[in-house]
Design a protein. Structure first.
Length: 130
């Protein structure tokens, strides 16, 4: 292309590529017909790209804070569930301990009754022997 004779038209591309093409064309002194002011167009594109990057970073920050908050909530729920499970286990162990103790008491009571019955038999047997 000869800068004095030819002109370029930049259309239907993204802002970043358009920025690069306009910059390169201005360095090579190639006239671009669909751009009125090269410097204003470059500044506008730079500004738009910066704004878009900033909005994207804000969106990512919000999303990560939501994810972190959700993880904290899940962690709290897991801790509550763990506490409830622990309490259930403790109550079950207390109940089983009480059951074991009551069984021991019952066996003691049975032993005492058996001993009393034996004692009654021995006393009845001694009385009949007399």
């Amino acid at each position: 292309m000869k800068p004095a004779e030819d002109a370029a038209i930049i259309a239907d591309i993204g802002k970043r590529k358009k920025y690069d093409l306009i910059k390169k064309a201005s360095e090579l002194n190639i006239m671009i017909t669909n751009v009125i002011s090269v410097q204003k167009t470059l500044d506008k594109i730079e500004k738009d790209v910066k704004v878009r990057k900033h909005l994207r970073s804000e969106f990512i920050k919000k999303r990560t804070t939501k994810v972190e908050a959700k993880k904290k909530d899940e962690k709290k729920i897991d801790e509550k569930n763990a506490k409830l499970d622990l309490e259930k286990k403790e109550t079950k162990s207390e109940v089983t301990k009480q059951d074991v103790n009551s069984k021991k008491e019952k066996t003691r009571e049975q032993i005492i009754k058996e001993q009393q019955a034996k004692a009654d038999l021995t006393t009845v047997g001694k009385e009949s022997a007399k």
